[in-house]
Design a protein around this ligand. Structure first.
Ligand code: NAP
Length: 247
């Protein structure tokens, strides 16, 4: 029997990058991965890729900041499967710039998707998990939410907020056997980091003790562990996957 056999897992922002890798790996371990993302074609392509490997996935096109849309999708998923076991809050964006010059619209956009989106999905899923007295929620934060970063005040604040939200929801839900943890990736190679100038990439990479950027699979591996029963006594934690970048 596979580690996550018959689990129903929702992953936001999963059409590409870290989210896709998590969805792919969850399905390899027996779960049905439910991909939620903004772009319809990208969602279809991601579902097809998992299907082609002989694993289970379905997709929904939605924005995590739209609470009505998220509520109705989660209701549909629950009606179809009779349960929701795992939620991975992964959707995230950056709109970098120095604080002094940062537009309020860039502050709001990042806080909305990263922090409010995580709150909305958590709130909409918890009614099902609380009723079934079981569930796992994993929030994708960032090392930047722990250490801060010049030029990323909005992003760092949103990720620091996710860490605090993780601890608060872990405390609220623990008595109902729902575990909530956060993963803080370091510098991971995806389209989000591909758009950075080579000089910034080189500077980061040289500061990483394990001397390489991380891969989406490095993050997905921890997700599988946290979602599994082997992590049954772990809640409220933020675990770094950063090659030793901060310690
Ligand atoms: P990515 O390659 O940019 O992928 C993010 C995905 O989220 C995209 O498919 C994007 O859709 C989707 N998305 C954006 N806004 C959304 C919304 N409102 N509703 C639903 N989906 C939305 O990013 P990534 O590098 O895989 O990052 C994934 C997560 O890891 C993020 O939370 C990020 O902050 C975090 N993280 C990444 C790194 C890193 O080094 N890459 C490090 C630390 C933390 P579109 O493409 O259509 O916009």
């Amino acid at each position: 029997m596979k580690r996550l056999e018959d689990k129903v897992a929702i992953i936001t922002g999963a059409a590409r990058g870290i989210g896709f890798s998590i969805a792919e790996m969850l399905s390899e371990h027996g779960a049905t991965s439910i991909i939620i993302d903004l772009n319809h074609e990208a969602v279809d392509a991601a579902v097809q890729q998992i299907d082609d490997m002989g694993n289970r996935a379905i997709g929904f096109t939605a924005d995590v900041t739209n609470s009505d849309e998220i509520a109705s999708i989660f209701k549909e998923i629950h009606k179809k499967f009779g349960k929701i076991d795992i939620l991975i809050n992964n959707a995230g964006i950056t709109k970098d710039g120095l604080l002094m010059k940062m537009k309020e619209s860039d502050w709001d956009a990042v806080m909305n998707v990263n922090l409010k989106g995580t709150f909305i999905c958590t709130q909409k899923v918890c009614r099902y998990m609380l009723k079934s007295r079981s569930g796992v929620i994993i929030n994708i934060a960032s090392v930047v939410g722990i250490m801060g970063n010049a030029g990323q005040a909005n992003y760092a604040a949103s990720k620091g907020g996710i860490i605090a939200l993780t601890k608060s929801s872990a405390r609220e839900f623990a008595s109902r056997n729902i575990r909530v943890n956060a993963i803080a990736p370091g510098f991971i190679q995806t389209e989000m980091t591909d758009k950075l100038p080579q000089e910034v990439i080189d500077n980061y990479s040289s500061a990483i003790p394990l001397s390489r950027m991380g891969t989406a699979k490095d993050v997905a591996n921890l997700c599988i562990f946290l979602a599994s029963q082997e992590a049954g006594y772990i809640t409220g934690q933020t675990i770094q996957v950063d090659g030793g970048l901060i310690m």
